[in-house]
Design a protein. Structure first.
Lengths: 346, 369
């Protein structure tokens, strides 16, 4: 019994409930005539689509900036990169890398500014990050209308000005990664390239966190006083982590687009931070601690629930409650993490 | 003397940056929009009637140092549930409106108590926590209203239930109570109709807030807002007082929502409360309030300035570049931008005060050596 108590204490009730919920969904699936092959490959595809955006949260948690609710800022950098690539007329699989390259300068500049802002508001990062994300999305809504884009695949056909709300990436980088070395067995589809790319980026972040800079960054997050005493420039480390987070957000959305097939502008990125945050927390991260493992487990569990709930629920009780369950699960998880911050974390 | 004046000017600019910015925006956009003064005056009266009560509901938690109560959407949900029931029971007029308010009270108290409990576990990050709590409860609200009502909770009226047999429709028609309070004591000035009864109710709330500040409980809240540790040391039950401030705010938000919706006349079952939270908070900040300081005057000025901007910006955008859409995006941007600027200014000020206090402490210790 004591052993069981310890497991519960360590994993936390919400995580345990969510894990059991997903487990029971998989058990119930065959009885509900849901094809395991399709469900599993859907889960894997969504895992690969969202993985890098979840990974984008890691650097800022490490440096003590908390959960990056300002992820939409990085996503905007990615959207700028994507639209510029299409505007320039780059096509084929290579355009994916051009998009990432084009997004990089924006991510660096945005991240630098955002990082400097967060350095001035230590202790209030999360609330301000949320609103930085919201304001930047709202600001870009105006810019998408005003910026001088002219590619006919992107602007409104009727007036010839202003970008469309959704832009297809077909002919550009649609499935550029997903179809690379892809495996198809019946209804099962494995997007090998996308998963490999995600693994590669995860490895890069893992390696970075083990360099001298990466270790210093972690030190800033776990004990700022100690870090300053050992000669680490706290503000600089935090800024680097925010820039990295923002850039990963930009890469993340481009990978998402190549699988999803569309660039979503305007209010599209508005709420994108919340599922990513929920995923990493479900994976076992907390407001001030996260690992690559948390990212992988969390993204898989969360996307698994999102994929399985509608199909299983629908066939068992004939009610599609998946949207409500998504809202309650993701926000419940964030709420739990926010109320579990240990004293003296700041 | 001269230096002192300069300091005062800087301080004035610093505390009133947001309202000043707003006045400038409006000064630019007003002539562009081409609206008549009479129309705008009319609009402002309508907006004050609709929103002022809700904005005033935010004041108490700010006094208790808990920041902007994003959890006010919980109260708004309670108000909406009250309205769903009176619509179902077909109780119309003023009776219906007040019954909806009364029905919302127990629900608001329960939700407020829960919110207060949770916020006590997240001291120092009340705002982001109450914000996420709003999202979370929105999920629970949907679960209850979209799936529970008509299946578990009996709803008799077919007009508000979805055709599938359970769940409330997207839009609920409130014709029964529409403007029942506003039309109770109408006063006509020129072409403008001033709903005296609603303003009287708002005035009662203002008097309540002023009176409450002077009670023992109000004083305790202010002490907690000043310094939680000192308040705790002087024997104030901090946790309990904070919960009470949130409960009162939630109950008031529930009333405010009923007043808001009786003016509009239709209820957007699944969206109304979310928008109300953001607009109320933005309006209060536009009026010059900050995270730790808000007065009744801030609320009134804020509602006038914020909604004036809201009314004129689509037209101004259309006349300026030929796209009304741009003006609409602009006002969304301004709503979020205002909250961002206020939060950042507050955080910077707090950090500077902390640094100053540290230097003062160091100085004091220096002298002793």
């Amino acid at each position: 019994m004591k052993y069981l108590d310890r497991i519960v204490e360590k994993t936390g009730w919400p995580r345990l409930i969510i894990g059991l919920f997903l487990f029971s969904l998989f058990i119930a699936a065959p009885f509900a005539q849901v094809k395991i092959g399709t469900s599993l490959s859907d889960t894997l595809i969504r895992f690969g689509m969202n993985g890098i955006m979840v990974l984008a949260l890691v650097p800022m948690i490490h440096s003590g900036c908390g959960l990056n609710f300002g992820l939409p800022l990085g996503i905007i950098a990615g959207l700028l990169g994507a639209t510029i690539t299409i505007e320039l007329g780059a096509t084929g699989a290579a355009s994916l890398f051009i998009a990432i390259l084009a997004a990089t300068p924006f991510a660096l500049v945005f991240g630098w500014g955002y990082g400097n802002l967060l350095n001035r508001v230590k202790g209030n990062e999360m609330m301000i990050a949320t609103y930085v994300g919201f304001s930047s999305v709202a600001f870009m809504c105006m810019m998408w209308l005003l910026l001088p884009y002219s590619s006919p695949t992107m602007v409104w056909g009727y007036e010839g000005v202003g970008l469309r709300t959704t832009i297809s990436v077909e002919g550009f980088y649609l499935h550029a990664l997903s179809n690379f070395l892809a495996v198809r067995i019946g209804t099962f589809f494995l997007p090998t390239g996308m998963l490999l790319f995600m693994g590669f980026v995860c490895f890069l972040v893992w390696a970075f966190l083990h360099t001298k800079t990466g270790t210093a960054m972690t030190a800033v997050g776990s004990n700022p006083v100690f870090a300053r005493a050992s000669g680490v420039n706290i503000d600089r480390m935090r800024t680097i982590s925010v820039i990295l987070s923002t850039w990963l957000g930009a890469v993340g959305i481009i990978v998402y687009q190549q699988s999803f097939g569309f660039i979503q502008l305007y209010m599209g990125p508005f709420y994108m931070a919340f599922p990513a945050v929920a995923a990493i927390l479900i994976g076992g991260a907390s407001v001030n601690k996260a690992s690559i493992m948390n990212v992988l487990i969390g993204a898989f569990l969360f996307q698994g629930i999102l994929t399985m709930t509608p199909s299983v629920m629908n066939s068992i009780i004939q009610m599609d409650m998946s949207e409500v369950i998504r809202i309650i699960v993701s926000n419940g998880m964030i709420l739990y993490a926010l109320t579990r911050v240990k004293k003296g974390a700041h | 003397m001269l230096k002192n004046d300069k300091d005062n000017v800087i301080k004035f600019l610093e505390t009133n940056l947001v309202p000043i910015l707003f006045v400038i925006i409006i000064a630019f956009a007003l002539p562009l929009s081409g609206f008549s003064v009479r129309y705008l005056f009319n609009e402002i009266i309508v907006r004050l009637v609709r929103n002022l009560f809700l904005v005033l509901a935010l004041l108490l938690p700010i006094m208790a140092g808990m920041g902007l109560n994003f959890g006010m959407v919980l109260g708004a949900m309670a108000g909406e549930i009250g309205l769903i029931f009176i619509t179902d029971w077909n109780i119309t007029g003023l009776h219906g409106m007040f019954l909806a308010m009364i029905l919302s009270i127990p629900l608001s108290i329960l939700l407020g108590w829960m919110c207060g409990k949770i916020l006590n576990r997240a001291k120092g990050r009340e705002m982001v926590t109450s914000y996420i709590l709003g999202f979370f409860m929105n999920g629970v609200y949907q679960l209850v209203v979209l799936y529970g009502m008509g299946s578990v909770i009996p709803i008799a009226s077919d007009s508000i239930v979805l055709s599938r047999g359970y769940g409330i429709r997207n839009a609920v028609n409130l014709t029964g109570i529409r403007q029942s309070l506003d039309k109770l004591l109408p006063l006509k000035i020129g072409t403008t109709l001033i709903p005296v009864a609603t303003f009287a109710l708002i005035a009662v709330l203002c008097v309540f807030i002023i009176w409450f500040r002077r009670t023992k409980l109000g004083q305790d809240m202010r002490a907690i807002g000043q310094d939680m540790a000192v308040a705790e040391a002087s024997g104030i039950d901090v946790a309990r007082t904070r919960i009470i401030s949130i409960i009162i705010s939630t109950v008031l938000a529930g009333f405010g929502m009923v007043i808001y919706l009786q003016n509009i006349g239709t209820m957007n079952t699944y969206n109304s409360h979310e928008q109300v939270g953001m607009f109320s908070i933005a309006a209060l900040l536009v009026g010059g309030a900050s995270v730790n300081r808000a007065k009744i005057g801030n609320a009134i000025l804020g509602v006038v300035l914020f909604h004036l901007m809201f009314v004129i910006s689509p037209m101004a955008g259309k006349n300026l570049i030929g796209q009304a859409q741009l003006g609409e995006y602009f006002r969304v941007f301004v709503s979020y931008g205002v909250i961002s600027i206020s939060l950042v200014l507050y955080a910077i000020r707090k950090q500077r005060d902390k640094a100053r206090a540290g230097i003062a402490l160091a100085d004091a210790q220096e002298v002793r050596d």
